[in-house]
Design a protein around this ligand. Structure first.
Ligand SMILES: [Zn+2]
Length: 487
């Protein structure tokens, strides 16, 4: 912070230092609630309540989602939007310990650090409000409470309601192992269930009368696996059988398979998906069954805005990396022993599932390796948007308004994504130190964009150039309702 001379920027940074214990408490509360996507009632209400106390006006139930909300302060343009998430992952309950010990056996846990994500963005929104008051800056600052990112659904359904349409810019972050501004595009995706209906019969007594829905699922999967060879490179198709009958001597009259189709661009997802529907049709013909489709969600690839990446990088340089102490290092070293098998990987976490470092998208860590355990340096942007395997519903926002995301070190290098190790860090001082760096950087960027219309214009020129004026189209089929019970 010593390099920051601008009084308003100093104010922002000092304010967040003072707010930091409160942010830590909020983050721990959400970490403790550990609620799954679309069920984040207590998490959403805690964050919305805090923002109300801070003078924001809150509108709840955005896009018809009970746990989504928008908190707003100020009026008129420009409108800054900070995106926050707060959903947990199944089965990852964990104490703040560097060894596996569930807090509640089998319960959800914050294995992607979304407790930090939500509260970091909330901190940035509060700090920008503070700066606007102090500096008499006109405009609006909003915090978007975005549920169910892990289901790749929250922001997609929110976007359909038009709640991002009047934003000037969207700013967010994700916990990770590096301190950097993100340049990964991820993949566009569809999440769809194929539901086959057959005819039941005694599997031994009169099998000729049965038409097995499970056979249809199996043949569909065989077809999909042959399809794999003949799709654009970067396409990923994965599935799980969610219903397959109850016992072997009953021909199943119902079976269901849940697919994700991903590709670097939405147009490719649509193309591959149409062929997958043909595969399902073929399977139903072969087995004398019928099928219907339950579309759950879809999301766009992320549109990287390099002007914003550069602007955010300048802010990150002012804030600097987190400062970890000896206890943090001990914790990280002990934790590293639990994954230091050469299998370290997705430490940008989330379904985003990538790391900004390295072209392979993962960092191999071995015990005693000299890779810096906790990143106390910054990783500069390359200026190149790069594809990667995972997806994020931030993608949809990025096709509506110029969007930028950063990462701050909240876990050791090589820490697996969606893991108990990740959950342990998200509840520890390591996570909170990274979160503070993110909040400060995002807040400085917000103030910069409010005070410097030229920066905002650059971001919009790039955005218009990249989208070629094409308006955002929701990946959701027209008129479909959010199938809350299907997730
Ligand atoms: Zn995540």
């Amino acid at each position: 912070m010593s390099g920051v001379s601008d009084p308003l920027e100093r104010e922002v940074l000092e304010y967040l230092d003072r707010l930091s214990p409160e942010l830590g408490r909020l983050s721990d509360a959400v970490w403790d609630f550990a609620e799954l996507g679309f069920k984040e009632y207590r998490s959403a209400s805690t964050l919305a309540g805090f923002l109300e106390e801070q003078g924001f006006s809150v509108s709840r139930g955005t896009g018809g989602i009970p746990t989504a909300f928008v908190a707003s302060w100020g009026e008129g343009a420009p409108v800054l939007g900070f995106l926050g998430e707060y959903d947990a992952l199944a089965g990852l309950s964990q104490e703040v310990l560097p060894r596996r010990k569930p807090r509640v056996e089998g319960a959800p846990g914050h294995g992607c650090g979304h407790n930090l994500l939500g509260v970091g963005s909330l901190g940035a929104a509060c700090a920008v409000k503070r700066a606007m008051e102090k500096g008499r800056i006109r405009g609006t600052v909003r915090f978007y409470g975005c549920p169910a990112e892990e289901l790749l659904a929250g922001k997609v359904y929110m976007a359909r309601s038009g709640c991002f349409d009047d934003l000037s810019v969207a700013i967010t972050w994700h916990p990770g192992s590096l301190n950097c501004v993100r340049e990964r595009t991820g993949t566009a995706m569809y999440s769809v269930k194929f539901r086959f209906h057959g005819r039941t019969a005694h599997a031994a007594g009169d099998p000729h009368n049965g038409r097995s829905a499970l056979d249809a699922v199996e043949l569909m999967n065989v077809g999909a696996n042959y399809l794999r060879e003949h799709v654009p490179s970067g396409t990923r198709i994965h599935y799980v059988i969610t219903k397959g009958g109850l016992q072997p001597n009953v021909v199943p009259d119902f079976a269901e398979v849940w697919y994700f189709v991903r590709a670097p661009r939405m147009a490719e997802v649509k193309e591959v998906y149409a062929r997958l529907v043909d595969v399902a049709r073929g399977a139903s013909l072969m087995t004398g069954t019928t099928f219907d489709i339950q579309f759950l969600t879809g999301c766009h690839e992320v549109l990287v805005n390099h002007s914003l990446v550069q602007a955010m990088w300048r802010c990150l340089e002012k804030v600097g990396p987190p400062v970890f102490d000896e206890k943090d290092m001990e914790f990280a070293l002990a934790l590293r022993e639990t994954f230091a098998t050469g299998a370290g990987g997705d430490n940008q976490a989330g379904d985003r599932g990538e790391d900004e470092a390295g072209s392979s998208g993962s960092i191999q860590v071995t015990a005693g390796s000299d890779v810096e355990v906790l990143k106390t340096t910054l990783t500069a942007p390359t200026g190149q948007a790069r594809p990667s395997g995972g997806s994020s519903d931030v993608g949809d926002v990025s096709h509506i308004v110029p969007t930028v995301q950063m990462s701050a070190a909240t876990m050791p290098v090589g820490c697996p994504g969606h893991s108990w190790q990740n959950a342990a860090c998200a509840g520890s001082p390591i996570g909170k130190k990274g979160m503070l760096v993110a909040a400060k950087t995002m807040a400085l960027l917000g103030v910069e964009l409010l005070r410097n219309p030229a920066e905002m214009k650059k971001a919009w020129d790039e955005f218009r150039d990249k989208t070629k004026g094409e308006p955002y189209r929701s990946p959701l089929p027209e008129g479909m309702e959010l199938p809350l019970d299907q997730f």
